[in-house]
Design a protein. Structure first.
Ligand SMILES: Cc1ncc(COP(=O)(O)O)c(C=O)c1O
Length: 420
């Protein structure tokens, strides 16, 4: 089967709203490489949008899922429970930031984890309001969209959204928003829009994913914690993209020395199987009444088996440290190219969560150059993802298991795409 034929069939059979980046179709994949139906090989710096920190088809994950396939694939945890769900919850409770006793509930997608974190926060506080940040991305469900701080393409034509959601600017020095600006805007919301005593939660990404890999400054995160403590608001860290080893720690919040009340996670949690979770302070997590949380597929046994293997692999292969080393190598390479690429406005990141932002000579965002780099790289067989409110950032999401030779090959293609 040829790619062109599949593109034609896709256009006829599936809606354009499910936007597809590549015009080639996957046949198989292994670790950091994908082969298409015509046999062309690609180096995968997209990793299924940050899902494959442990790479495609890691043998330990495949073994764990196969073993589970031979036992049972679905019982609905809320009907007939299984021990692996508890085991994974226990492990996450031990590893998630914060010293207080914790509990974890499993779901399927990142958006579902976010929805449930808000439900739990509302149930625990008895308050309706939620504050999120511009540039943030929290999913494609109704509450996910309401919280998301990026209109195109996520919110166009889909409103009205759930009420009582407010946005403050996320600090970003490059775009002229300081921690102080952001915190003042938050205080302004409390004056102009909602009494802080009616706010259930503040939700934020420690490093904005879709928003451009903007890293939250330490003073900002600590100030958010203080604001929450002052007003009895719960702090939710959305670690769907930052989680599971990407930033040089298992959770990005470990960089800040403050704990959120609730953490959402998904993506690399189960290495390609659909699984998400909300972990939080035990008494907060216990606020919803029995039956209020869950879902038919929530905590699917195949996905849970895969997640348990992910935790083992991260530890036994020391992947979190390796990710930080690879991220450093990438940042050094990008910095070295800077003199030859005037479009580079900033190279930033934490651990392996690295991005490069492009701007034009007049300082305005350069989405055209971003697309050009992405297209040139793709022609040479390197898959890159863009992000940023203006689509002018390239983010790097290579598996942390990538072989040195493949990483170097990818970096060479990237250098060529940037400088040609
Ligand atoms: C920070 C964050 N939250 C939530 C989501 C939504 O996750 P999902 O696409 O699995 O629903 C994403 C997805 O990119 C994300 O990056």
């Amino acid at each position: 089967m040829k790619n062109a034929e599949l593109v034609r069939r896709k256009d006829a059979a599936t809606p354009r709203g499910v936007g597809v980046m590549c015009n080639f179709y996957a046949e198989r994949a292994l670790n950091s490489e994908i082969w298409d139906v015509e046999g062309k090989r690609y180096i995968d710096f997209a990793a299924g949008i940050a899902v494959l920190n442990t790479g495609h088809r890691h043998p330990r994950l495949v073994e764990a899922v196969e073993k589970q396939l031979g036992r049972f694939t679905h019982t609905a945890y809320q009907i007939v429970p299984y021990a692996s769900y508890i085991e994974l919850a226990e492990k996450i409770n031990r590893r998630a930031p914060g010293r207080s006793a914790k509990k974890t509930a499993f779901f399927t997608t990142g958006a579902e984890a976010v929805e449930n974190a808000i439900k739990i926060a509302r149930a625990a506080t008895g308050r309706p309001g939620v504050i999120a940040f511009s540039g943030g991305f929290h999913g494609r469900t109704m509450m996910g969209m309401a919280l998301t701080g990026k209109v195109a393409p996520y919110k166009i034509g889909f409103g009205p959204f759930p009420g009582e959601v407010y946005h403050a600017p996320y600090p970003c020095a490059l775009h002229g928003v300081s921690t102080d600006d952001s915190l003042k805007a938050l205080q302004h919301l409390f004056k102009a829009d909602i009494d802080p005593k009616r706010v259930a939660a503040i939700i934020f990404e420690p490093v904005q994913g879709e928003g451009g890999f903007n890293v939250a400054p330490t003073d900002f995160v600590r100030a958010l914690r203080a604001v929450c403590d002052e007003h009895g608001i719960l702090l939710i860290a959305d670690e769907v993209q930052t989680g599971f080893g990407r930033t040089g720690k298992l959770f990005a919040m470990e960089h800040y020395d403050v704990a959120p009340d609730l953490t959402t996670m998904a993506k690399s949690l189960a290495g390609g199987m659909p699984l998400s979770a909300v972990c939080g302070r035990a008494e907060v997590m216990d606020a919803p009444a029995p039956g209020g949380l869950g879902g038919t597929y929530a905590g699917n046994p195949l996905a849970v088996a895969s997640a348990l293997a992910v935790l083992d692999v991260l530890e036994s292969e020391k992947l979190i440290d390796r990710g930080a080393e690879l991220g450093q190598r990438l940042m050094t390479r990008l910095e070295s190219l800077r003199p030859r690429v005037p479009q580079i406005a900033e190279v930033r990141g934490v651990g392996a969560m690295v991005a490069v932002e492009f701007r034009q000579a007049d300082g305005s965002p350069d989405p055209d150059f971003t697309r050009t780099v992405q297209n040139r790289a793709l022609e040479k067989g390197l898959l890159l993802l863009s992000c940023g409110v203006y689509g002018n950032v390239i983010r790097f999401l290579f598996p942390l298991t990538i072989q040195d030779a493949v990483m170097n090959e990818g970096l060479d293609i990237l250098a060529e795409a940037l400088t040609r």
